[in-house]
Write a protein that binds this ligand. Structure first.
Ligand code: ZN
Length: 663
């Protein structure tokens, strides 16, 4: 592509992203492509012929078909309409449950959960009843006695099965995976480029931990997904020690200082991170700031973060992103080959590396505004778009997959303004943000249009979302239901993590976003249900669960309850829930119950900004969308896309894959 036109298009997308919000200068310096993309060293120079088949899959998390239908009718998605007219538009059957780790794992492996083993954000350990993370875990580095690194940090994933890209690469296909959700941990691939996305943790090993600094805070407070730290000014300057990364041995936080100097009349602050300063007006973002956390004299961990000035006047309030893996010196592998992450920093400047790219927690805790959140989503979607376009233009691939999660996060946070029955719905909010989801879909359509103009004649383009979306007005407390119906210890408890029960009086327990497990003899530590009793008890639980109604409305809370034997058979069935709940629209598992508590109330009104969801919605009403530039078979499922891609490329499909080719 002509480089002048490229620069212009990058500049234009930056300007579009700025919107009119009046933010100052530094905002996009790390965000948009500014240099001509150079072929990364990782990719073999040989290019196949112009008509060699290629497959391009663009994945948008949680795009809801009913909204897409309405927007297509209204003519608001012109590029998707073109694909519908020339090729395919249909629902895409999701995984059960239709939540992201499960569904993207089915996409990656062409397997149902019974074979890939990812069922939920949480997994339980029957030997301790203690929950752990569902997808995988960060293993922090091991140190020698003198503080050097003996074994670097790494990530251990639980997913079983070969990924479609590993299978393609094994047969010589060159792959580009650009921020594909849950394409993690990084796999070794030849002649390929991978930048990881969702599931890359922050420096603390969490999904994302934000920092809020304020004069109003009197002491450090740890909140869900964030840390609040007081700013204590002496004169115009406050110094705060930022607890960054845990020492692998002592588990204490290693700190680094942030110095904040305020000019109250001018409404500006100067932030100083270890000698690097940025002068910021109220409302401005810093560029990426670089941090050194010295764990030992022989081991320093580098991180990056950005600061936004919420207030700089009578009071000072700053928001800081989580501390993220530095792409030039990654604490954990985030790219394949390893240098690719640094090459992208050379190409675009420093960039966001954390997988949970949008700070939903900070907005839930009122440390980030709605406008700032939306602007951040737009900016990041544009960054991913620039990367996708540059990599498309560079060519030298057979399979390119790119992912966007902004469509999902905006839906989770802004659904309250599109559902008049949601407890947090307000008319003013609806006027301002009632079309936030639609606006994000329009951005998606623009991105798809950019890809479409760069296709070669034999390219297969597939657009997919992993599942759909629902409102989340009320939460159902499955553990409370089990208590009330005599299946568990009769004491209600707000204690989390299943640690407050009398297991000798417990026949079944709930954990995670939609799972129920029997307390099974021979499997659970203190099992009470014999294997002989189990089938009848499961059927009884299922039958009773399907009669649960919302006492306020008389509406059914659950559309279905799936038994393990009905839906989860295969290599990973041992980890499956015994019952998977399938909620009706408007309901999800209440948060305390998901964390293993059994609060008094059975139905809990959801007054959280996290106001839409899909995690344990019935799979039958939670399909995603599927578009392609060629006509395809009907009844597409998420496990079919990888098989379709391999067949289109003329590559063998592993026998273990459960999907079918759609072409
Ligand atoms: Zn989601």
């Amino acid at each position: 592509m002509n480089s002048q036109r490229k620069h212009l298009s990058v500049l234009l997308s930056c300007l579009v992203a700025i919107g009119g919000a009046g933010l100052v200068v530094l905002l996009f310096t790390g965000g948009c492509g500014s240099k001509e993309a150079k072929a990364p060293s990782s990719v073999a120079p040989a290019e196949k012929g112009e008509d060699a088949p290629r497959v391009i899959i663009l994945g948008f998390d949680a795009v809801e078909p009913s909204i897409v239908d309405a927007m297509l009718t209204a003519g608001e998605l012109p590029n998707l309409a073109k694909l519908r007219d020339q090729g395919t538009y249909q629902r895409l059957a999701s995984s059960n449950p239709p939540q992201s780790p499960t569904a993207w794992s089915s996409f990656a492996t062409c397997l149902r959960p019974g074979n890939h083993g990812i069922y939920d954000f949480l997994r339980r350990d029957p030997s301790t009843y203690f929950p752990g993370l569902g997808f995988g875990v960060t293993k922090h580095p091991e140190l020698t006695a003198d503080g050097a690194v003996a074994k670097p940090a790494h990530y251990e994933g639980y997913r079983k099965g070969e990924t479609l890209w590993a299978a393609a690469n094994r047969h010589g296909a060159r792959c580009k995976l650009l921020i594909v959700p849950y394409a993690y941990p990084i796999e070794p691939l030849k002649n390929s480029s991978v930048l990881a996305g969702l599931e890359v943790p922050d420096l603390r090993g969490t999904q994302s931990t934000f920092f809020a600094f304020s004069e109003r805070f009197t002491e450090q407070e740890n909140v869900a997904g964030g840390v609040r730290l007081p700013l204590e000014f002496e004169g115009d300057t406050a110094t705060v020690n930022v607890p960054g990364v845990r020492h692998p041995k002592t588990r204490r936080f290693v700190e680094a200082p942030l110095e904040v100097t305020v000019n109250r009349p001018a409404h500006t602050v100067t932030v100083d991170v270890q000698g690097e300063t940025a002068n910021l007006a109220q409302g401005a973002w810093s560029d990426w700031l670089e941090w050194d956390f010295e764990v030992t004299p022989k081991f320093t961990i580098k991180a990056i973060s950005r600061i936004h000035v919420l207030e700089a006047g009578d009071t000072v309030r700053l928001y800081m992103t989580c501390l993220q893996i530095h792409p030039r010196q990654p604490y954990l592998p985030i790219s394949e080959p390893g240098e690719y992450a640094a090459e992208l920093a050379d190409r675009y400047g420093l960039y966001r590396t954390v997988g949970w790219a949008y700070d939903t927690k900070a907005m839930q805790k009122d440390e980030m505004t709605e406008d700032l959140f939306l602007e951040d989503v737009r900016q990041r979607m544009t960054w991913n778009e620039t990367l996708m376009i540059d990599e498309l233009e560079l060519g030298q691939f057979d399979l390119l997959i790119a992912g966007w999660t902004g469509t999902d996060r905006v839906s989770h946070m802004f659904w309250r303004f599109r559902d008049p029955q949601h407890p947090l719905y307000t008319k003013e909010g609806a006027e301002k943000y009632g079309r936030a989801v639609e606006e994000t879909y329009m951005k998606m359509d623009e991105i798809i249009g950019e890809a479409m103009t760069r296709l070669k004649p034999n390219d297969l383009l597939m657009i997919m979302s992993d599942h759909g979306f629902h409102g989340f007005r009320k939460g159902f407390s499955a553990n409370t239901w089990l208590v009330r119906n005599g299946y568990r210890d009769t004491a209600y408890t707000d204690k989390k993590y299943l640690q407050a029960y009398d297991w000798s009086k417990t026949k079944a327990y709930a954990l995670g976003l939609g799972s129920i497990f029997l307390n099974l003899e021979g499997r659970e530590r203190d099992g009470t249900v014999t294997p002989e009793e189990a089938p009848a008890l499961l059927q009884e639980l299922k039958d009773k669960l399907l009669t649960v109604v919302d006492p306020d409305t008389g509406a059914k809370v659950l559309r279905n309850a799936y038994l393990q034997s009905e839906v989860y058979t295969g290599a990973a069935e041992a980890d499956a829930p015994d019952i998977q709940l399938g909620y009706a629209d408007g309901y999800q598992t209440a948060k305390p119950s998901a964390a293993g508590a059994a609060p008094k109330d059975l139905i809990i009104v959801n007054d959280d900004k996290w106001s839409g969801d899909h995690a344990a919605s019935d799979v039958d009403i939670t399909s995603g969308v599927f578009f392609a530039n060629k006509p395809t078979a009907k009844d597409a499922a998420i496990i079919d896309l990888g098989v379709t891609a391999l067949e289109y490329l003329g590559l063998p499909v592993p026998e273990t894959f459960e999907g079918r080719a759609l072409l």
